[in-house]
Write a protein that binds this ligand. Structure first.
Ligand SMILES: Cc1cc2nc3c(=O)[nH]c(=O)nc-3n(C[C@H](O)[C@H](O)[C@H](O)COP(=O)(O)OP(=O)(O)OC[C@H]3O[C@@H](n4cnc5c(N)ncnc54)[C@H](O)[C@@H]3O)c2cc1C
Ligand SMILES: *[C@@H]1O[C@H](CO)[C@@H](O)[C@H](O)[C@H]1NC(C)=O
Ligand SMILES: *[C@@H]1O[C@H](CO)[C@@H](O)[C@H](O)[C@H]1NC(C)=O
Ligand SMILES: *[C@@H]1O[C@H](CO)[C@@H](O)[C@H](O)[C@H]1NC(C)=O
Ligand SMILES: *[C@@H]1O[C@H](CO)[C@@H](O)[C@H](O)[C@H]1NC(C)=O
Ligand SMILES: *[C@@H]1O[C@H](CO)[C@@H](O)[C@H](O)[C@H]1NC(C)=O
Ligand SMILES: *[C@@H]1O[C@H](CO)[C@@H](O)[C@H](O)[C@H]1NC(C)=O
Ligand SMILES: *[C@@H]1O[C@H](CO)[C@@H](O)[C@H](O)[C@H]1NC(C)=O
Ligand SMILES: *[C@@H]1O[C@H](CO)[C@@H](O)[C@H](O)[C@H]1NC(C)=O
Ligand SMILES: *[C@@H]1O[C@H](CO)[C@@H](O)[C@H](O)[C@H]1NC(C)=O
Ligand SMILES: *[C@@H]1O[C@H](CO)[C@@H](O)[C@H](O)[C@H]1NC(C)=O
Ligand SMILES: *[C@@H]1O[C@H](CO)[C@@H](O)[C@H](O)[C@H]1NC(C)=O
Ligand SMILES: *[C@@H]1O[C@H](CO)[C@@H](O)[C@H](O)[C@H]1NC(C)=O
Length: 651
């Protein structure tokens, strides 16, 4: 079925002067799980069709003259109810589980790291929590040497990515003064749905009343750069049908089969990026998960790495970009000695406390599991009416308290003073390059000021109304690493969260557990007959609570970031403010690995914003102009040759 004629027609709608580059264009430019119909070369190759990768591929292919190939390990989801209905579990086949090495901070227990392995990546499988971090989170990125990447620089891109729908009147009436319908910080024309579950369990009122009782502010507008206090979060869902909005239905499905310049190949693992002698990224090697067939596809422009914070460092290291000592130890030829690749790894340790309630106002979220006929009824109501408990994300919810350090402990100055006195150099591997220590010191100074700020949270306490209460340490001090120990690209990398290596993280966890106890002792929570069942009332001394935390915490709140940081090279950075990998040309990283520091909150909204921002920058536009001027010439665009400097990016 050769469709070259159609393609030519659609292209000539845009300009008449196009000619040769598309003459061997793939006949049907949709999804492939074999390499047969791919071109030999594309303008851009995107590694990883997850959240960030699909944003960039979508924006690049707005120009019909730009050809893009996305190579994804997973497959396109089957639009099962589990990927659409917030209250249902997502099919397990879309989730990849890696296991860390034993964590000494967790009494040598290992910890899982979950990621999405499907077109759309993490957003297909995630908890749909869709709030932004605070202004100070992003301003710290800018202060680490990244002009334009502060809150003000990112806000237009948060807006660009979303269509926000205000809460229903019913919901506003149920929670008076708690949920803002203000459109000002929001976008109303972007691809990702941002809205609210239209149902809450009645006891959520006690959640808010309890926090208010103990002096925590109820924040009706957490998305304007003040993500602190107790608030009711936006979720990534389409308001009208109350179904999950993810990168695949937001950025991929609307153009699949429509834009012939957008190719996606699924079920393939990228194993290596090849470089020319002058260190330009020129091709990508990948292998079929079904047949083991290996292939190489070339680019005449750029390779965009978007395999996520867990896998992008592995691909770079396998390709000769990373700490030289590591690479030469494995016999890999170093293309660029970048000690920061895989370092500065951050995730948010989480403790799941358990409670029971003797005076609960029914129904409860636990009925989903304990009362099958009720759960079936709720699902039916959802399908018929798009209302009820099934509009609440599975095991999730959206009522949270984001607490600044001073709202957890009155002793916060001494927590920060003792953080400042820690010799952080001793917390990193002794073999680490001096730039890694410099970066850690720079981040440490910024963290200390954020810990003192009343406008920046350090802990998240989430409650959907059931027995389990996650307590997440969202602005960690500890830094881990992800690195390969073999040249086999199909072996998982070694994952070391280094959880609680920095004592301040444990001190904040301890203070947070005590704060939770203060909250459940408030009269609105007492009225529910709340009883702590885990760790339990007999765990009282600081030493006992610390032991409980080390025995029970997990390393990840499913928000791995910062393994390919956007920072100065002398701070251990891997990419510059244009997200280009130092020491190479034609190679960018665009996923959550580029966040220099974790956002104190959940990551997906920021991943979208970062990917929208990089796509919206002038060099892509310039390259479009370049192609317009020289359409028919095909490649030939070499950013370095155009003498483009990073400084201009900030403008
Ligand atoms: C279980 C879970 C719950 C979460 N809950 C929330 C939440 O409630 N709110 C929130 O904001 N965030 C949440 N997150 C985090 C959020 O979804 C992620 O931060 C975000 O999706 C990451 O985007 P990314 O582009 O960096 O990577 P991803 O979206 O993970 O994309 C990377 C893609 O690359 C592919 N890939 C990896 N290696 C290769 C390779 N070698 N070759 C080819 N392809 C490859 C992967 O299959 C994946 O599709 C959650 C994540 C998970 C996993
Ligand atoms: C890959 O494609 C083949 C042929 O088109 C199909 O039979 C097979 O089911 C596909 N595999 C997956 C996992 O989609
Ligand atoms: C999936 O959802 C549709 C409605 O959207 C419903 O009719 C169907 O029964 C659901 N399937 C299952 C297996 O529950
Ligand atoms: C953890 O393992 C290390 C190294 O094997 C050992 O020295 C240490 O005693 C162990 N710690 C605990 C709490 O088991
Ligand atoms: C933290 O506590 C201060 C002083 O009690 C209070 O003014 C402020 O609103 C609280 N902040 C939050 C986010 O609750
Ligand atoms: C929001 O945070 C900024 C600092 O980032 C602060 O100046 C402002 O007062 C805060 N607003 C509210 C309503 O707390
Ligand atoms: C929900 O609505 C969105 C936006 O209109 C649409 O793209 C999506 O397919 C719908 N999903 C379901 C499950 O109805
Ligand atoms: C990329 O490198 C591999 C060896 O690692 C080699 O087999 C392949 O031919 C190279 N491709 C190009 C285009 O240089
Ligand atoms: C692919 O390779 C793996 C191990 O390298 C092997 O176990 C598997 O059988 C191979 N699959 C095919 C289809 O050849
Ligand atoms: C259906 O939705 C309407 C409005 O959205 C609501 O008033 C009504 O209670 C819902 N019905 C059921 C059975 O939940
Ligand atoms: C790499 O580390 C893993 C996990 O610790 C181990 O199982 C494997 O044997 C190691 N491989 C090599 C080549 O050292
Ligand atoms: C139980 O909850 C009801 C309201 O839901 C309240 O009126 C009553 O005082 C509570 N009982 C106790 C012992 O707190
Ligand atoms: C606390 O009580 C539980 C049983 O309720 C018991 O298993 C646990 O060992 C006790 N812990 C301490 C530190 O006393």
């Amino acid at each position: 079925m050769c469709k070259i004629a159609t393609i030519v027609t659609s292209l000539t709608l845009f300009a008449g002067c196009y000619s040769s580059p598309f003459s061997h264009f793939a006949p049907h430019a949709v999804v492939h799980n074999d390499t047969e119909h791919l071109r030999k070369s594309y303008n851009y190759i995107v590694i990883g069709g997850g959240t960030s990768g699909l944003v960039v591929a979508n924006r690049l292919t707005e120009n019909p003259r730009v050809t893009v190939l996305v190579i994804e390990y997973g497959y396109v989801d089957g639009q099962e109810n589990g990927t659409a209905v917030p209250g249902l579990p997502v099919p397990g086949k879309y989730l990849r589980t890696d296991i860390s090495i034993p964590q000494s901070g967790l009494n040598n227990r290992t910890a899982p790291l979950y990621t999405g392995a499907v077109v759309g990546g993490g957003t297909v499988v995630n908890g749909m929590f869709f709030a932004r971090g605070s202004r100070g989170d992003y301003d710290a990125w800018e202060q680490l040497g990244n002009p334009g990447w502060g809150w003000d620089g990112l806000l237009p891109y948060f807006k660009k990515s979303e269509t926000f729908t205000p809460p229903t009147e019913e919901l506003q009436e149920m929670f008076p003064g708690t949920i803002s319908s203000d459109l000002k910080p929001h976008g109303i024309g972007g691809p990702v749905g941002s809205s609210f579950s239209n149902y809450q369990y009645p006891v959520i009122k006690n959640f808010f009343a309890g926090w208010k009782d103990i002096g925590i502010k109820i924040n009706s507008q957490p998305n304007d750069g003040n993500a602190t206090g107790a608030f009711y979060s936006t979720i990534s869902a389409y308001a009208k049908n109350q179904s999950r909005s993810h990168a695949s239905n937001a950025y991929y499905r609307p153009i699949a089969g429509v834009r012939k310049n957008f190719h996606l190949i699924t079920g393939h693992t990228v194993t290596k990026i090849n470089f020319s002698k002058d260190k330009r990224a020129v091709s990508v090697d990948f292998i079929s998960r079904e047949t083991n067939k290996t292939s190489t596809i070339k680019t005449d422009r750029e390779i965009i790495l978007a395999a996520g914070a867990a896998r992008s460092p592995q691909i770079l290291q396998l390709s000769g970009i990373g700490p030289k000592k590591l690479l030469s130890g494995l016999g890999i030829k170093t293309i660029a000695d970048l000690p920061g690749v895989g370092m500065n790894f951050q995730d948010q340790p989480t403790i799941y406390m358990q409670f029971s309630y003797n005076n609960y106002t029914f129904p409860t979220p636990d009925w989903m599991f304990s009362n099958a006929s009720w759960a079936a009824e709720q699902l039916e109501i959802y399908y018929k009416n798009r209302t009820g408990p099934m509009t609440i994300p599975y095991l999730g919810g959206s009522s949270v308290a984001f607490l600044p350090l001073q709202n957890i402990t009155s002793d916060y100055h001494s927590v920060v003073t003792s953080a400042a006195s820690i010799n952080i150099s001793s917390l990193l591997p002794t073999t680490a390059h001096s730039s890694i220590f410099s970066g850690y010191r720079a981040q440490s100074a910024l963290l200390q000021s954020l810990y003192l700020s009343p406008h920046a949270a350090v802990t998240e306490i989430a409650w959907e109304g059931g027995n389990t209460l996650p307590v997440a340490i969202i602005r960690p001090f500890s830094r881990g690493s992800i690195y390969i120990n073999t040249t086999n690209p199909l072996s998982p990398p070694i994952i070391d969260f280094n959880t609680f290596s920095h004592p301040t993280d444990l001190a904040i966890a301890l203070a947070s557990v005590k704060k939770v106890r203060e909250w459940i002792s408030s009269s609105p929570m007492r009225a529910l007959g709340t009883l702590e069942t885990f760790p339990g009332a007999n765990i009282t001394s600081d030493a006992e609570i610390e032991t409980f935390i080390r025995d029970a915490a997990t390393s990840s709140w499913q928000h791995p970031t910062s393994t390919t940081s956007m920072m100065k090279r002398e701070l251990g950075g891997v990419v510059d403010p244009a997200l280009q990998v130092y020491g190479t040309t034609g190679l960018r990283v665009v996923d959550a690995g580029v966040f220099p520091m974790a956002v104190a909150g959940h990551s997906s909204s920021s991943v979208y914003a970062v990917a929208e921002k990089v796509s919206g920058q002038w060099w892509f536009n310039l390259s479009r102009m370049w192609l317009l001027m020289f359409s028919g010439v095909g490649g030939g665009y070499h950013q370095g040759e155009l003498g483009i400097g990073v400084g201009m990016f900030a403008a």
